[in-house]
Write a protein that binds this ligand. Structure first.
Ligand code: GLA
Length: 719
């Protein structure tokens, strides 16, 4: 197949060039056929070995490979007990990417085939390009014909080597668990091995996002400096490992960066004739700072990950924070009407609508029993879908198909369906997780969505939740000597359920949720339209979470609802939700006319600005997570055709410095634009002024002194 025209052709088995779009990599074989990384980064795909490739770093270290003193990225015990793996390059294949015509015709899947030189075990290193964005997908596949199973102890998807500067930094995202997603930690890369990982299987990203930034030459800015962005597209435990070695007498350091599924407790027993596929890691290299990384990840997420990326996401009104489990038909139909009245487009009925013999009045009963609770909802779900139809609003519903309360009919009938070992299963949020390795469980989970949608005709939105981790792994579905495979197999089994649901209901929009953002990864997101970013909706915290999260995910996917969390002023809470996929989670009956006015204006603003927010280019302007003054944040979204833009400036805390001048990059430099401040609080016409795109790129407004928990919104349209 055709390589990209700028890419040197692969000469024989020993040379691999991957042009990822603006950057790339080159591997070359030494005299024994071992692959070494001779190029990585901008022009990395154009590199040629200047000395014998043996002097370059091992391309993907194995135990027994050229560099025995580094933690291996691939570590296998072979069927005969051999502990080492030594791979020899066999050939490189190139196939065009088959992806509904949206990709660059030159996009390709490049495969380097290697084989162990002692045992019949093969490893394929695979690369899928998306040159329009510059994001490269990379994974490996292992299979063998040995005399029995082999054990994979480490199976990183990639392991590039980098020469980094003394100020090299890594930015990780993750906090202390529930309601603390996307906490920003930037730190120096010092010698030693730093492992960043997550556990728990079902909602691991509550602990640590599977996304990472590496700044190899020191702190980068939005538009300057080298930045690598990585995302492990895996709905299970992940691991990044950064192995840093000093170089004697030199400033620089050697970094070996490994990324993939977390193999801790999850060694994989692989039978002859079967294939192990690692998660895909999507990564990119920007020489234009962090903006380059997010812009690339947004383009790639839209092109390759998100369902219906061009569909504008609706304004969703949810009842969870308004009612929790305490509602009845009248309360919900009232909320439906009020939601429609303020302009919401979807009403989402959350947890608590089901359970008959074990009514779901709290989180301790009913999960698993997906019949409507007629005490609360005597007219069934159809009474609600009818009410939504009458009010002119779409209907959505919450499900948690993978879980069960012990206090349920499901558990009484099928106590053997849950993930457990021989010990008494430990409850978490009073619930247990079902074992998706059982085919009957997978059918049941698909059926939960099918029957719910059948009971609520015309429902067009489903929130799919998962509210506990795996704490005591065990499964009867695997032989006793294969049970550690479950951590990997559970992810694939769960994905197969999600895939069945998505293909059976192509017109139903799906929101991905796991106690908040516990499943925010590019692997699971393939079957969803958006995710619930976090249960933490305190707008001050949310600004920082959304700031971090939107480095990797476009705003169209990051659901953000206005709530009372933190007791912040309503206009500020609305302004924060407006820079994500806007929604509302308020008791609309409890709002006075003034608050309802704020909300209506916010919905109007969401409808006006969402083409830019959801489909445009994000520019981060003032950072609330690093820099001199973290009391502020400012960001803007510019329409794809540059016809308009919206800028959000948030004052989070007491300012530490005078407000900066705000610039608006990305407009058409020669066009004339009108800027207007949107006043959500009073609805009065804000100040208006005109300027050119090039003028606004220099100066849009002087932020000036503002009070904590206030926001300035500037809408800009081309004249
Ligand atoms: C999780 C979700 C919430 C809500 C509750 C319902 O915590 O993150 O948004 O749906 O479950 O129990």
């Amino acid at each position: 197949m055709r390589p990209h025209p700028d890419t040197p052709s692969d000469a024989g088995p020993g040379l691999l060039h991957v042009d990822a779009g603006g950057w790339g990599l080159t591997w070359a074989a030494d005299g024994d056929g071992r692959m070494h990384q001779v190029g990585l980064g901008p022009d990395g795909h154009l590199a040629a070995a200047e000395v014998d490739p043996v002097w370059y770093p091992d391309a993907h270290p194995t135990l027994g490979g050229p560099d025995p003193f580094r933690p291996p990225a691939l570590r296998i015990t072979h069927a005969d007990g051999t502990l080492t793996t030594r791979l020899r390059a066999e050939r490189v294949d190139r196939e065009p990417v088959d992806h509904d015509g949206t990709d660059d015709p030159l996009d390709e899947v490049v495969t380097l085939h290697t084989v162990d030189d002692l045992l019949p075990l093969r490893v394929r290193f695979r690369f899928r390009t998306h040159r329009a964005s510059g994001v490269l997908e990379q994974w490996i596949e292992v299979d063998h014909d040995e005399d029995g199973p082999v054990i994979l102890w480490d199976y990183d998807s990639l392991a590039p080597a980098l020469l980094v500067g003394p100020d090299a930094r890594v930015v990780q995202f993750g906090g202390s668990g529930w309601a603390d997603e996307w906490a920003w930690t930037s730190e120096s890369l010092t010698p030693g091995t730093k492992v960043l990982d997550s556990l728990g299987g079902i909602q691991p990203h509550l602990q640590r996002s599977p996304c990472l930034l590496v700044e190899p030459h020191g702190p980068a800015g939005e538009d300057h400096g080298a930045v690598l962005g990585l995302s492990v597209a895996w709905g299970g435990n992940v691991r990044f490992a950064l192995d840093v070695r000093p170089r004697s007498g030199q400033d620089g350091r050697d970094l070996r960066l490994r990324a993939g599924a977390n193999p801790l407790g999850a060694h994989y027993v692989l039978d002859p004739g079967t294939t192990f596929v690692t998660p895909t890691v999507a990564w990119t290299w920007s020489d234009r700072g962090r903006h380059g990384v997010s812009d690339r990840f947004h383009r790639w997420t839209r092109a390759r990950v998100l369902r219906d990326p061009d569909r504008t996401r609706a304004v969703v009104a949810n009842n969870w924070e308004a009612t929790f489990f305490d509602f009845d038909e009248e309360r919900i139909t009232g909320l439906i009407r009020r939601s429609a009245d303020v302009g919401a487009e979807v009403f989402l009925l959350d947890d608590g609508w089901f359970g008959t013999s074990h009514p779901r009045d709290d989180d301790d009963a009913g999960l698993g029993d997906w019949d409507v609770d007629r005490r609360k909802l005597p007219g069934g779900l159809t009474a609600l879908t009818d009410a939504a139809g009458d009010a002119g609003i779409r209907f959505g519903i919450w499900v948690e198909p993978e879980m069960v309360n012990p206090a349920s009919e499901l558990y009484t009938e099928h106590p053997d369906w849950v993930i457990r070992d021989r010990r008494e299963p430990r409850e978490h949020r009073n619930q247990l997780a079902l074992d998706p390795l059982r085919p009957e469980v997978r059918d049941f989970e698909v059926g939960v969505v099918d029957r719910t949608l059948a009971a609520a005709p015309a429902t067009s939105y489903v929130k799919w939740d998962a509210n506990r981790p795996v704490t005591d792994p065990g499964t009867e579905a695997l032989a006793t000597d294969r049970r550690s495979n479950a951590w990997v197999d559970w992810v694939h089994a769960t994905w197969s359920v999600m895939e069945r649901v998505a293909s059976a209901h192509p017109d139903v929009e799906l929101m991905l949720c796991a106690s908040g953002g516990g499943r925010t990864d590019h692997g699971t997101l393939r079957w969803f339209h958006e995710f619930w970013t976090s249960d933490n909706t305190d707008p001050v915290t949310r600004v920082r979470m959304q700031w971090a999260c939107q480095h990797f995910f476009p705003a169209s996917a990051t659901a953000a609802h206005v709530t009372r969390w933190g007791g912040r002023p309503l206009p500020f809470a609305c302004a924060v939700a407006l820079s994500g996929r806007f929604g509302i989670d308020l008791d609309l009956r409890a709002l006075d006319d003034s608050d309802l006015g704020v909300l209506r204006r916010a919905v109007d603003c969401a409808v006006r600005t969402r083409p830019w927010v959801q489909h445009g280019t994000l520019h981060r302007l003032v950072s609330p997570v690093d820099g001199a003054d973290r009391s502020r944040a400012a960001l803007a979204f510019v329409a794809p055709d540059r016809s308009g833009a919206v800028l959000f400036a948030y004052q989070l805390d007491e300012p530490e410095h005078p407000g900066p001048v705000l610039r608006l990059p990305g407009l058409d430099p020669d066009a004339t634009y009108r800027a207007r401040i949107t006043d959500l609080e009073h609805g009065t016409d804000g100040p208006e002024w005109e300027g050119t795109g090039s003028g606004f790129a220099e100066f849009l407004l002087d932020w000036g002194p503002t009070d904590p928990t206030t926001a300035t919104i500037v809408e800009v349209t081309r004249r």
